[in-house]
Design a protein around this ligand. Structure first.
Ligand code: SME
Length: 166
């Protein structure tokens, strides 16, 4: 695979995400850890106005930091705590326009102002979450949510997961 540094135009979001999904499909491998590494890099390359993107994985009932791009981050998050733990505990995407208004938000990078966290659910079990932080308020909307959920669905369906996660 040859990487490209050409930016995808974000001004037309639907078109942007269709191209992004095609790039995601192109880099996916059977090995889950390869995919988490490359997809965090791909999202960081193409999504404008973000300061952190990465995965936390469910390890013995706790979210542990996995592949990411950005500043070093909190390593362990309990289910039900912060935005990530809430997404994991409720199995629902958390779209947070202003992190300061989210009760119990966990600060990893003080630059973060808004955030989206998508749970990774396979056969009813939470494997982890995809977390993306932005240095501006109200960065993510329902179009971002719809397509980022599709990115997660692709990773979930195309990767072979270890028994320790599923
Ligand atoms: N803000 C998250 C913690 C993870 S960092 O943003 C990378 C939360 O409240 O769960």
């Amino acid at each position: 695979m040859e990487s490209t540094r050409i930016a995808i135009d974000y001004s037309n979001k639907e078109k942007f995400y269709k191209e992004l999904l095609s790039e995601v499909t192109g880099v996916l491998e059977p090995e889950w850890f390869v995919n988490l590494a490359n997809i965090s890099a791909l999202l960081n390359q193409h999504l404008p106005q973000i300061n952190w993107v990465g995965f936390y994985l469910n390890h013995n009932g706790e979210l542990l930091l996995s592949s990411f791009q950005g500043l070093p981050a909190c390593t362990r998050i309990a289910f039900g705590k912060g935005v990530c733990g809430t997404a994991a505990a409720t199995q629902t995407t958390q779209l947070v326009a202003d992190v300061d208004q989210f009760p119990g938000h966990i600060v990893c990078d003080s630059a973060s102002k808004s955030e989206i966290v998508i749970p990774m659910i396979k056969d009813g079990k939470v494997l982890g979450v995809l977390d993306i932080d932005a240095p501006v308020l109200n960065r993510f909307d329902h179009v971002d949510q719809k397509y980022l959920e599709q990115v997660v669905a692709l990773i979930l369906s195309k990767s072979i997961w270890p028994n320790s996660l599923i």
